[in-house]
Design a protein around this ligand. Structure first.
Ligand code: XMP
Length: 323
């Protein structure tokens, strides 16, 4: 099938157009798959979530979603995937908590590329193992969208962890492959997904792994996850939120003082950027009161952190992520 978006395809901007797209895709997928079973790696990102919500409507329990928790997800994310897909949509969801496997393999690894490689490889291994436990699956669904096709030979961009096992001989099901991101969101809304999922900020496939700078330790990763939830909650209250906002935890300690005694603790760096295409990025103003609220909440609640910093660096020269 062609990988060029048909010229006649109208841009999906309204709930009505989204519904027409959903109805059409349901019927196309049913024709393609018939009574077969379809496997989907469901990360909880916008694209895979929209595919899951669409396919569960088309195929019911014949869609098998596998959610691999690599231990590097943000606070509440695996729980939300389970709540939305298993509890609310009654989807066939296999949840694999592979946290120990990932974190054990990452212990003492401080090279960013090596970290990415390990995360990608274990992801494929875990997914492969889960797939091999299932019988009679001949179709693989993917959240490929049109920019993936335009930018990278029709596979999900190299950034995504889920390069899937190459030896899986399955026919692809890619209902979003002609959609742009904004259209995917309109379709996701129409499918009833929560705003938190539909308008989710971009989040790297290797997750918090690239924001826990250097060799990941469980305690520093946990501090990052807690601090990140605070940063996202407080900046998320602003009338206009930046394009991407999160925090980073570097692998050095600095002096703090508590109960009259000096001690060493971690720093947390607030990173917020505005951009159109992530190729360049600027740093938006954030009200000082928001910054101090974040500081107080992090210092007061996140174990091991004794310093909060704000990153003012633009891209170029600084990349958005730290690794
Ligand atoms: P940089 O750090 O290159 O980031 O300025 C640009 C955008 O890409 C995201 N990013 C990633 N996304 N896997 C991903 O899926 C990755 O390894 C990765 N590294 C960076 C980053 O969050 C930003 O939006």
């Amino acid at each position: 099938m062609s990988n060029i978006r048909p010229e006649t395809m109208e841009r999906i901007t309204t709930p009505e157009l989204a519904q027409a797209f959903i109805d059409e895709q349901i019927s196309l997928v049913q024709q393609q798959v018939k009574d077969g079973k379809v496997l989907l790696a469901l990360s909880g990102g916008v694209d895979s979530s929209v595919v899951a919500a669409l396919l569960v409507k088309a195929l019911g329990k014949n869609l098998v979603c596998v959610h691999v928790n690599h231990g590097l997800l943000r606070k509440g994310e695996p729980e939300q995937v389970i709540q939305v897909f298993r509890n609310e949509m009654d989807a066939n969801l296999v949840y694999v908590d592979a946290t120990d496997r990932f974190l054990d393999a990452l212990a003492s690894v401080d090279d960013p590329e090596e970290k990415r490689k390990i995360i990608g490889k274990i992801f494929v291994d875990v997914f492969d193992e889960e797939a091999s436990k299932l019988e009679d699956i001949h179709f693989l669904a993917q959240g490929t969208i049109y920019p993936d096709i335009l930018e990278s030979d029709g596979v999900k961009a190299h950034h995504n962890v889920g390069g899937l096992p190459e030896d899986m001989e399955m026919e692809l099901v890619e209902p979003l492959k002609f959609l742009y991101k904004d259209e995917v969101r309109v379709v996701g809304k129409q499918l009833g997904l929560p705003d938190q999922m539909v308008y989710r900020q971009p989040f790297p496939g290797p997750g918090l792994g690239v924001r826990c700078v250097g060799a990941i330790t469980r305690d520093r990763l946990e501090a990052l996850r807690e601090a990140d939830a605070i940063v996202r909650e407080e900046i998320g209250k602003l009338p206009e939120t930046p394009w991407q906002y999160f925090c980073v935890i570097p692998d050095f300690e600095s002096t703090g003082i508590k109960d009259g005694k000096r001690y060493m603790g971690w720093s947390v760096i607030i990173r917020a950027v505005d951009t159109v295409d992530a190729v360049t990025a600027t740093v938006p103003e954030i009200p000082f009161s928001t910054l101090t609220t974040i500081r107080d909440r992090i210092i007061g609640n996140v174990d091991g952190v004794n310093r909060v910093l704000w990153d003012l660096s633009e891209k170029p020269i600084s990349t958005i992520e730290y690794e």
